[in-house]
Design a protein around this ligand. Structure first.
Ligand code: ZN
Ligand code: ZN
Length: 383
């Protein structure tokens, strides 16, 4: 029996959430806080079991995954990080760095394969985005490495030119280069127009960039004049920064800018997305997110302190990305368009072809392509 939604006023199928606007149908909210209830901060649009501001890596960077794949990806990431740490601890550092550089990109390619995000032309679009990021990352690292090495001074007082270059200049240049590929898609390939498309392109380009950069730096480390000595931890801790924190920081900053760009292009139908999804604000947050951890580890560095700077800024950036994704998915939700019913990949119940699952509130456009298709009709019992 249909119910009138208190937020958008449409007749929606009965459930916990309005299938048209995603607001809770039976929220006992007074009229003046209805706007806040409709934003449903306790149920992230791409994974309603989580709060919007829950610093989860997988549901932020891999938003198309269903709960069981999310769980699996979390364990793969954790296990791989542990292996890299142990390899680093054993001082097989070049191996650890190269494996580290490829860990998250490999996980991301598996994700694209699993989620079938772009079934029509998967490899050309995604591969080109990733490759463009990798080429630019390798080029930039090779070009600036001699200058970085010349300015580097292993002392407690780094030179100001070194801090300006490695803390401010290069991170901002890197950010610009990481969004170049997605920007070309934004301007010339208008077929991919959802906010999660923007996120995916930004993340792919950033991961290509980060992987190429850390492979170049590893190669310079092996062949170059900077020799590290000391206890095994001073080898192993940087591998965690290189394998997990730096690629994710790049992915978060480039992904934030691209998600905001894509969100800005599609006109809002169901409400405002907020000032954070305004592209200049996203660019400012992303730029600060690149500069702050780099300057902090130049000025107040150390193996453990570097990890802390990167981790704090990464968590804050993840919350920003989730804010933009959640509000854009709600404000720009629209039906899949096949007109049938499907099995919701999140809660497993039958859902009509409307913007949101009425049972769990998932924005159905955030599901993997494979899972968006109409459910197969029941087989006749004695066929
Ligand atoms: Zn509604
Ligand atoms: Zn559901």
């Amino acid at each position: 029996m249909p119910v009138r939604c208190p937020h958008c006023g449409r007749e929606a199928p009965d459930g916990h959430y309005c299938a048209y606007c995603g607001a809770p149908l039976h929220a006992a909210a007074p009229a003046d806080t209805r706007g806040a209830a409709a934003r449903r901060r306790d149920a992230y649009a791409a994974n309603p079991r989580e709060h919007v501001y829950h610093p989860a890596i997988i549901s932020t960077f891999f938003p198309h995954l269903n709960p069981s794949s999310t769980h699996l990806a979390r364990w793969v990431l954790l296990g791989a990080a542990l292996v890299i740490f142990l390899v680093g601890l054993g001082r097989v550092v070049p191996v650890a760095y190269v494996v580290a550089a490829l860990l998250i990109p490999a996980l991301y390619l598996l994700y694209f394969y699993d989620a079938e995000i772009y079934e029509d032309e998967p490899l050309p679009v995604l591969g080109a985005t990733f490759a463009a990021g990798a080429v630019l990352g390798a080029g930039m690292s090779l070009y600036f490495a001699p200058l970085i090495l010349r300015l580097y001074r292993p002392a407690f007082q780094p030179r100001s030119e070194y801090v300006l270059l490695t803390g401010v200049g290069l991170p901002l240049l890197a950010l610009l280069l990481m969004v170049l590929g997605p920007l070309a898609l934004f301007l010339f390939r208008r077929r991919f127009d959802e906010v999660l498309d923007g996120l995916a392109f930004g993340v792919a380009s950033a991961l290509g960039f980060a992987a190429a950069q850390s492979i170049v730096y590893t190669w310079l480390l092996i062949t170059g004049p900077v020799i590290r000595t000391g206890n095994p931890l001073s080898w192993a801790l940087p591998t965690i920064r290189i394998s997990i924190l730096m690629p994710l920081l790049d992915a978060a900053t480039a992904g934030l800018i691209c998600a905001a760009l894509w969100a800005w292009r599609r006109p809002a139908e169901g409400g405002e997305v907020g000032w954070l999804a305004w592209p200049p604000a996203a660019v400012l947050v992303a730029a600060l997110g690149q500069v702050i951890p780099n300057v902090a580890s130049d000025l107040f560095g150390g193996e453990i302190r570097d990890l802390i700077w990167y981790a704090i800024v990464l968590v804050i950036l993840i919350l920003f990305v989730r804010h933009v994704l959640h509000h854009s998915l709600i404000a720009r939700a629209h039906a899949l368009g096949h007109g049938g019913t499907l099995r919701c990949p999140h809660c497993g119940r039958e859902a009509p072809d409307l913007p949101f699952c009425p049972h769990c509130g998932l924005a159905l456009r955030s599901a993997a392509k494979r899972e968006r298709r109409p459910a197969a009709p029941e087989e006749p019992a004695n066929a």
